[in-house]
Design a protein around this ligand. Sequence first.
Ligand SMILES: [Zn+2]
Length: 107
Amino acid sequence: MSKVNVKKNDQVLVTTGKDRGAKGRVLRVLASDGKAVVERVNMIKKHTKPNPQKQSQGGILEREAPIQISNLKVICPECGKPSRLGRRRLEDGRGVRVCKSCDATFS
Ligand SMILES: [Zn+2]
């Protein structure tokens, strides 16, 4: 399995599928599944039952479903381009990500 280069709070671009071209913020990374949940991307409707104890009325709830990370590109915070990312290890041992478009490094 390839290394997951997407992190929570990254801005990403969807490159394939029904939400192709959509941009959003990563809410959650499911590394073991190779998937991520992206704000307002891959929305699904979920029917919920009324639950008086939680004071919820039930109905149709919209929420994000996980999307394959291979369908995402991280938008570089430096150059603003959807970029391929590499990894680099700093002298102090910290691993950082490197934008292959502008060569900026970020965590
Ligand atoms: Zn960049």
